[in-house]
Ligand binder design. Structure first.
Ligand SMILES: Cc1cc2nc3c(=O)[nH]c(=O)nc-3n(C[C@H](O)[C@H](O)[C@H](O)COP(=O)(O)O)c2cc1C
Length: 233
C-alpha cells in the first residue's frame, strides 16, 4: 500500500483554510489511492435532534466565497432535514495522506441553473434513476424499484434501462429534464478544522472560524474574515 510521510501544518497558519483543503484534495486525486477522494461524510440534524450521517460526493469547493456544493434528492432524509435545520457538518478523510478535514456551515439550495448544469453532466442512466427513485422512501422489494426505473425510462423514451439493459448511447433527441426534487446544495462554510496525523498521537490541529450573515430577501451571505487557532490533539 502507498504510504506518504505525514507533513505538519505550517507554523504560520494560512489565512484561508480552504486553499489547503483544495491542495489536499488535489493531492488525494493525484495519489489515486482511493476511488472517490471527494467522498465526504455529511451530518445533518433531524427535527427530534437526532443526528444522521452519510457519504456524498463533493462537486465543487469555492475557496473565494467559502462554500462547497454537492448534489442530492431534495426530498431525501438529508434534503428535508437541511430545509428544517440548515446547519450541517462535513468530514473528508484521506487515510494514506494522514489528513482529515472537518467543516461546518449553513446549507441552502443552489440556483436552478447550477442544478441544471450538474444534472446535465450525469450519465443519462443516472438521470433516469433520479426520476425513478424517491430517495429515502420505503420500497416493497428490488423488483418494484426496477419497475419504477423502467417506467421512468419509458416516460422519457429512453433505451431500455435496468439490470439487463445493454444500451449505452443516450436518446439525444429526448434529453431527460432535471426532476424538480433533484438538485445541488451549497454549504456556506463558517468553520474548518484541519488535522494531520502525528507520531504517538501528537497530531497537528487547527481550527478556523468566521461569521456568516444571511441577508434577506436575497438569501445571499456575507462573511467576516477567517480567524485561526491551533488546537491540542
Ligand atoms: C461513495 C458514495 C458516494 C455517494 N454520493 C452521493 C451523492 O453525491 N449524493 C447523494 O444524494 N447520495 C450519495 N450517496 C448515497 C448516500 O450515502 C445516501 O445513501 C443517500 O443519499 C440517502 O441518504 P439520506 O437517506 O440520509 O438522505 C453516496 C454513497 C456513497 C457510498
Amino acid at each position: 500500500m502507498t504510504t506518504v510521510p505525514s507533513q505538519c501544518l505550517p507554523e504560520t497558519l494560512p489565512h484561508n483554510p480552504l486553499t489547503t483543503v483544495d491542495t489536499w484534495l488535489s493531492e488525494a486525486y493525484a495519489l489515486g489511492a482511493q476511488p472517490n477522494p471527494n467522498a465526504m461524510t455529511l451530518a445533518t440534524i433531524g427535527q427530534n435532534g437526532q443526528p444522521s450521517a452519510r457519504i456524498v460526493l463533493l462537486k465543487e469547493l469555492n475557496q473565494a466565497e467559502g462554500s462547497l456544493l454537492f448534489v442530492t434528492n431534495y426530498q431525501s432524509r438529508k434534503g428535508t432535514e437541511l430545509v428544517a435545520n440548515p446547519r450541517a457538518a462535513v468530514v473528508l478523510h484521506w487515510d494514506v495522506l494522514h489528513r482529515q478535514v472537518r467543516i461546518e456551515g449553513h446549507a441552502v439550495h443552489a440556483s436552478s441553473q447550477e442544478s441544471d448544469d450538474y444534472f446535465a453532466k450525469r450519465p443519462w442512466q443516472s438521470q433516469i434513476g433520479a426520476w425513478a427513485s424517491a430517495q429515502s422512501e420505503p420500497v416493497a422489494n428490488r423488483t418494484q424499484l426496477v419497475q419504477q426505473l423502467r417506467a421512468a425510462g419509458k416516460r422519457f423514451n429512453s433505451p431500455p434501462v435496468g439490470p439487463d439493459a445493454t444500451a449505452s448511447d443516450p436518446p439525444m433527441e429526448h434529453p431527460v429534464p432535471r426532476p424538480p426534487h433533484w438538485g445541488a446544495i451549497r454549504l456556506w462554510i463558517d468553520a474548518v478544522e484541519l488535522w494531520v496525523e502525528g507520531d504517538y498521537r501528537i497530531h497537528d490541529r487547527a481550527r478556523w472560524s468566521r461569521s456568516l450573515v444571511q441577508h434577506k430577501p436575497t438569501q445571499a451571505f456575507s462573511a467576516g474574515p477567517w480567524h485561526a487557532t491551533r488546537l491540542q490533539p
